[in-house]
Design a protein around this ligand. Structure first.
Ligand SMILES: C[S@@+](CC[C@H](N)C(=O)[O-])C[C@H]1O[C@@H](n2cnc3c(N)ncnc32)[C@H](O)[C@@H]1O
Length: 220
């Protein structure tokens, strides 16, 4: 089916951010950590950047699994960052996870990261190349990249089926957002083309579930 962009890039409505923060994304987010562990076996020591961190569930999981990691987490939505800060403080991880309110694209993120990760941001962006250019400008040479996102279904009916399967009991605002996100997501070929356009030939793309794709690898 044809892509329909998200009605808005940022998730900055209070009820939208809260519904997202309270939803259970543990299966997909644990899969994200497993993909990171496959790309970087063993302990990770260094600086990570999470782009479009939302309520910071992934930075928190990374901080717990990698006690030597320091994480900068970026989002453009103050409503999301407020919930993220509460979650980080509740676990006393303020010294290891720093939040930054930044709207991508931005030129104010430094090139000092050993790993740049992002989950479910790509399909939100008006220009998807903003994500890949941000990664290129922030990751150190040899830096690890992991981007996971939704995969656009082939038909509207398949999108409806996925919403019914994975968000049957979710609040209406979450079902609406999931439906819009599936319609806004990219196909494997579209992401391949984005990587090619940005010269990211060392990164590999794969379908990793019935509704997700992942891009992993290291920069030259
Ligand atoms: C679907 S959420 C994903 C949150 C988180 N990564 C996760 O996996 O739970 C997408 C997030 O990207 C943020 N976002 C969207 N467009 C953005 C942009 N241009 N700059 C910064 N953040 C953006 C939204 O505000 C939202 O918090």
């Amino acid at each position: 089916m044809k892509r329909t962009p998200e009605p808005q890039e940022l998730m900055d409505e209070a009820d939208q951010a809260r519904a997202y923060a309270e939803a259970d994304f543990s299966a997909a987010n644990e899969q994200f950590l497993d993909l990171f562990a496959q790309a970087h076996p063993g302990n990770f020591k260094g600086r990570m950047l999470d782009l479009g961190c939302g309520p910071a569930d992934i930075p928190l999981r990374l901080a717990r699994r990698y006690p030597d990691a320091r994480i900068d987490a970026v989002d453009g939505a103050p409503a999301m960052l407020e919930l993220a800060q509460q979650a980080i403080s509740a676990e006393n991880l303020d010294s290891r996870i720093q939040l930054h309110c930044q709207y991508l694209p931005t030129s104010s993120l430094p090139r000092l990261y050993d790993a740049v990760v992002s989950n479910s941001l790509l399909h939100h962006l008006n220009d998807p190349l903003d994500l890949w250019r941000s990664i290129t400008s922030c990751a150190l040479p040899g830096g690890l990249v992991l981007v996971m996102d939704l995969l656009r279904p082939e038909t509207p009916e398949q999108a409806d089926t996925l919403v019914a399967e994975y968000a049957a009991d979710a609040p209406e605002v979450l079902r609406r957002d999931f439906h819009a996100s599936l319609h806004a997501a990219y196909t494997l070929n579209e992401v391949r083309e984005q990587l090619r356009a940005c010269g990211l030939h060392t990164l590999k793309i794969a379908q990793v579930s019935d509704r997700h794709l992942a891009v992993t690898g290291t920069l030259p």
